[in-house]
Structure formats: C-alpha cells, structure tokens
Design a protein around this ligand. Structure first.
Ligand SMILES: [Zn+2]
Length: 210
C-alpha cells in the first residue's frame, strides 16, 4: 500500500523560448528547456538577433551548437543587435512565428532589465502571448530586481545548461560564471524545496490539476 500516486502520462508540450541574443535563452531557462526535452516535449529557441555587436558571425554557429546540446530547434529573428524594435511590424513578425508554432508555454526575458533589447523582447513576447495561459519570464545578468514565484525543478538538467552555455566560446570574457548560475539554482531550489531550480516571474501560469 502506498500513498504516492503514479504520475499520469501527459501529452507532450510545445515549448517556445524567445530571447534577444545568442546565449540569453540558455542563461535564462536552459535547464528548464533540457527538462522539457527529457520529458518528451518539443522545444523551440527563437533568437531575435544574431548578437553581431559582440561577434564576427561565429555566434550563429555557437547558438546552433548550444541548441543541439539542449535538444531544441533553433529559429532566428531578423532584428539588429542593440535596436530590437517594439513597433507593430516587429510585433507582426514575432506573432507569426508564435502562431506557426502554437506553443503551450512560452519563456522570455523579464521586463525589468537595463538592456533595451531584453525589454523590447519581453514586450513583444507578452503581446504575442496575449491568448496564452502559461508565460514564464527569466532573470538575466542585466535584470534590475527579480522576484521569482514559479520554479522548475532542474535537479537533473542543470549540467546540460552549463554545457550549452559553454558552447558560446567567443563569449569567454563576458560569459556568465557557471558558479553564479549554479548559486541561483541552489537558492531557487531551496525556495522550491528541490536540489536545483530555475525561478521565473509570471503574469499568469495556469496549473491543470490532472
Ligand atoms: Zn541579451
């Protein structure tokens, strides 16, 4: 006799993460995306610029290598690094990608961020997610205050995130220290009562009890 209920099989989710630059998504939710892939979900990474301000083109290849490590599909946006617009043309572009994928859950930047591209990406994504029930917003190194209230258990996939970030070899000087990312995962894991977690802010997150 046990009081632990068996986990019911759930249908695979369609998961879309939208980031401004190469490596933003990995830093923000890489371990969660790896957990989705491990659970059989389909994951897309939509990177709005090619990070050309800090690259002579190699960031495109590094981003593909990182997506391969996570097991995600990669899509690129057409925008210029440093000047992502939040006008109606940009909105229609992102909206079309979101409609084509039809995600069940979306991840993106938190809006309270000192980088203009991160703020614009959050704004565009939230507008495109207006009919969606599940949106999670991550912390970036440039975030200006961040209070997560939803946590994803990444006890089994934190290392995949670290490995994916390491694929961005041209960013060695500016890359986030894995120790910092692990420290966040420990603190958020403590808050969420698991070993490691990624924490997110959310405007809404529907929980289906089934
Ligand atoms: Zn960025």
């Amino acid at each position: 006799m046990t009081n632990v209920l068996p986990s019911p099989a759930r249908r695979p989710l369609r998961v879309l993460a939208v980031g401004a630059h190469p490596d933003d998504i990995e830093i923000g939710c890489g371990a969660s995306l790896a957990a989705h892939v491990a659970a059989g979900d389909e994951v897309w990474m939509f990177v709005l610029t090619r990070g050309e301000q800090r690259s002579n083109g190699q960031r495109v290849h590094e981003q593909q290598a990182a997506a391969d490590i996570l097991g995600a599909k990669l899509l690129w946006g057409p925008f210029t690094d440093g000047t992502i617009p939040s006008d109606v043309t940009a909105l229609h572009y992102v909206d079309q990608i979101v409609s084509e994928i039809g995600p069940d859950v979306m991840y993106t930047h938190a809006g309270n961020d000192s980088h203009q591209d991160h703020r614009a990406t959050a704004q565009l994504t939230l507008a495109c997610a207006r009919k969606m029930a599940r949106i999670l917003q991550w912390k970036a190194p440039s975030s200006l205050g961040f209070t997560p209230t939803v946590f994803v258990d990444v006890s089994d996939t934190l290392q995949v995130k670290i490995d994916a970030i390491a694929a961005h070899t041209s960013q060695l000087d500016a890359r986030v220290d894995p120790e910092v990312l692990t420290a966040d995962a420990v603190v958020w894991g403590h808050q969420a009562r698991v070993r490691y977690a990624e924490g997110f802010e959310t405007p809404r997150f529907l929980w289906n009890v089934r």
